[in-house]
Design a protein around this ligand. Structure first.
Ligand SMILES: N[C@@H](CCC(=O)N[C@@H](CS)C(=O)NCC(=O)O)C(=O)O
Length: 240
């Protein structure tokens, strides 16, 4: 087994912006301390955790990864760092490496963070019309999925996925697709998108990602009342 330094991932006890990092580390069998920070119901312990930079890092946000004496915040930076640490970048052409970076960024920002923001929308923007916001995001999500499907087809992405190591793009795209299923119920589907569904079903990292989820059932976000918020989103999708 490969030798690894001391690794700690500090993140909340939920999926959010951290589950795919856990998934990537687990797939690569990196022994790591999974510091699942539990917030009090009223978040009253957060200011103290936030101000402890040994828990929240130099940017005082989570996730925060400690890899030996390397201290990293910012998801996209953490993911690029992990790809460099867990694979040999020299095994990739420049174009392939940049494809992984683009896919990682789009899956994280356009797909996953978009779902997270929808689930929180009426808390962060109290005047929000949740049904209208859901309808707009549904259309945008369908557009993103169609584009990604076309791009992965053109890149012949799934044909090559068994012949290369599992990368950050795999962990975050798989997580984003799984969260889309839960957020949009059956109302946004990628079942008939050949490249995306082949990726979701056949990604070599999927067994490790699923095992992690089965070991510890997780909410997607830390939003209070997430099941009720999801039910409202699903009802508005069923009505439109
Ligand atoms: N730009 C950061 C955003 C990280 C972020 O917003 N993390 C949330 C948790 S998912 C957080 O720490 N929120 C608490 C706060 O901002 O005070 C990244 O991509 O890593």
């Amino acid at each position: 087994m490969a030798e690894f330094p001391d690794v700690t991932l500090h993140y909340f006890d939920l999926r959010g912006r951290g589950q795919f990092i856990r998934g990537l580390l687990s797939h690569h069998q990196v022994p790591f301390t999974d510091d699942r920070i539990k917030l009090a119901k009223d978040n009253s312990n957060w200011p103290q955790i936030r101000s402890d930079r040994n828990l929240s890092g130099d940017f005082q946000k989570l996730p925060f990864l400690q890899w030996d004496d390397m201290r990293l915040n910012e998801v996209l930076v953490i993911l690029e760092f992990l790809d460099s640490a867990l694979t040999d970048p020299d095994d990739f052409s420049d174009i392939d490496w940049l494809r992984h970076r683009q896919l990682t960024s789009s899956a994280f920002l356009d797909l996953l963070v978009a779902c997270i923001n929808l689930i929180w929308c009426d808390i962060f923007h109290p005047e929000t019309n949740v049904a209208a916001a859901t309808g707009i995001l549904k259309r945008r999500m369908e557009m993103h999925l169609a584009t990604l499907d076309q791009t992965l087809t053109e890149w012949e992405w799934t044909a090559g996925m068994a012949d290369r190591p599992v990368m950050a793009s795999d962990a975050v795209l798989w997580e984003a697709l799984d969260v889309i299923r839960l957020t949009f119920d059956e109302h946004v589907s990628f079942d008939d998108r050949e490249a995306l569904s082949a990726f979701y079903d056949g990604c070599p990292g999927a067994p490790a990602f699923k095992k992690l989820l089965s070991q510890k059932a997780q909410t997607i976000t830390g939003r209070p009342g997430e099941p009720e918020a999801l039910a409202i989103i699903h009802e508005s999708l069923a009505e439109n």
